[in-house]
Design a binder for this molecule. Structure first.
Ligand SMILES: Nc1ncnc2c1ncn2[C@@H]1O[C@H](COP(=O)(O)OP(=O)(O)OP(=O)(O)O)[C@@H](O)[C@H]1O
Ligand SMILES: [Mg+2]
Length: 402
């Protein structure tokens, strides 16, 4: 599910076109955005990245007209939206901001139902939609529907923010640094669930970030902006890393190009090892026998959906007659779409030599060891050295390296 290439995904999103868009704020002599032309394909994720003040938020907010462009046209699905009623327009565009932006005195369900209520949906339809969306963003509706935002973690609130933005099934989702305020591990999980959601729903998503790594991980294409909303490069992450278009991009991308490649390599590209799974309530003896015959010293306990709960050794299992339902909150887990960098981070912060790997639905599909990640890094270092050698050879020979 999560491995579907962009071209083969189900697309429900619409294209976005910026045609000569300019924003001049009153009292500023230079425009915040100077003549921006941009084509965002339907059903893709495009990440805007660039230094503070370069015009990312301004550009994003012009798409849903929270900020009115001074000049130019914006088309969504080929429709010129600069002439539409801005309130109507905003009901058809999901918008997520950094803190989740939830109404603090409203329950989760009421927050998610905000736009459908304005659109006049009946109660039953809103309730069904809310339940579907909470499941989609990985929150149990029975636990969370009636909670207030203050009784949830930052990451959970952010998930509700995404569910709310998707409530009326908009073709376009705009996100302004949505994961800026959560810890690094939660951030990786939220990024992975965003990718999974995108692959399932095929929306067009524009996400603003100041983190180049996040941009390359999430973006099918990345837009690198410099001051005044100037386009430095608009290309796939691979193209940007392989051939930075300007000295600005080169500096932005940084010199640690080899490590950067860890951001491009995904967990699914590396061979992961098999795991033995056990269900809660299974007799421990049977599980231990199964694991031993496969030569394993530990198993992964999963729930009825195949989602991992804990990662006990056979000794730990043997201390109870049945597999316990203990939920290990610090279990190191990455998705197939996670980057190798995420996987390394997750191993290091959990002080484990490995991580569990899950598919787009969160079910365990295997484990990844630190040794296999190191092997990839060594391979990339060797390739990088070979490239350097070739480059210097080519320039000595007076040729342009290809
Ligand atoms: N309401 C406003 N009035 C005047 N100037 C503004 C206004 N909003 C933004 N600006 C200016 O426009 C420029 C672009 O701002 P914008 O918020 O789009 O940047 P950004 O790329 O989102 O930055 P950051 O990464 O810090 O969020 C900045 O120079 C900013 O000071
Ligand atoms: Mg901003």
């Amino acid at each position: 599910m999560t491995d579907v290439p962009a071209a083969e995904r189900n697309v429900t999103g619409e294209s976005i076109t910026l045609d000569g868009v300019v924003k001049r704020y009153r009292g500023q002599d230079k425009p915040a955005v100077q003549r921006l032309d941009l084509e965002i394909p339907a059903g893709q994720i495009v990440a805007f990245v660039g230094p503070s003040g370069c015009g990312k938020t301004t550009t994003l907010k012009m798409i849903n007209r929270l900020i009115e462009p001074s000049e130019g046209r914006i088309l969504i699905g080929g429709r010129d939206v600069t002439k539409e009623n801005p309130d109507k327009l905003r009901q058809s565009i999901g918008y997520v901001i950094q803190s989740g932006g939830l109404f603090p005195h409203w329950t989760v369900a009421k927050n998610i139902g905000a736009i459908p209520r304005v659109l006049g949906w009946d109660k039953q339809r809103i309730a069904e939609r809310t339940e579907y969306l909470l499941e989609l963003v990985g929150l149990d509706p029975r636990t969370f529907a009636d909670r207030l935002p203050k009784d949830m973690s930052g990451g959970q609130q952010q998930r509700v923010g995404v569910a709310r933005a998707l409530a009326a099934d908009p073709p376009v989702l705009l996100m302004d640094e949505p994961f800026g305020a959560v810890d690094p591990i939660t951030r990786v999980r939220l990024q992975d669930s965003l990718i999974a959601i995108q692959h399932e729903l095929g929306k067009t998503i524009v996400i603003v970030t100041h983190d180049f790594e996040e941009a390359t991980k999430l973006g099918d294409k990345v837009l690198i902006l410099s001051e005044g909303g100037k386009v430095e490069q608009y290309a796939t992450p691979e193209e940007i890393l392989a051939s930075p278009a300007t000295p600005f991009v080169e500096e932005f991308v940084g010199s640690g190009a080899t490590l950067r490649h860890l951001t491009l390599s995904r967990v699914r590209d590396v061979e992961h090892s098999e795991v033995i799974t056990a269900r809660v309530g299974e007799p421990s003896r049977e599980v231990i026998a199964r694991a031993k015959s496969a030569g394993h010293t530990w198993v992964v306990v999963v729930d009825e959906h195949g989602k991992p709960r804990s990662w006990p050794t056979l000794d730990e299992l043997g201390s109870k007659p049945e597999v316990s339902d203990y939920l290990d909150k610090r279990l190191p887990v990455v998705a197939l779409t996670s980057t190798l960098n995420d996987a390394l981070d997750s191993m290091l912060s959990a002080s484990q030599g490995g991580v569990l790997v899950t598919d787009g639905r969160g079910s365990v599909v295997g484990a990844l060891t630190i040794a296999s990640v190191m092997e990839v890094i060594r391979g990339q270092l060797a390739d990088a050295r070979a490239d350097e050698h070739n480059d210097s050879y080519a320039s000595h020979a007076g040729e342009t390296p290809s």
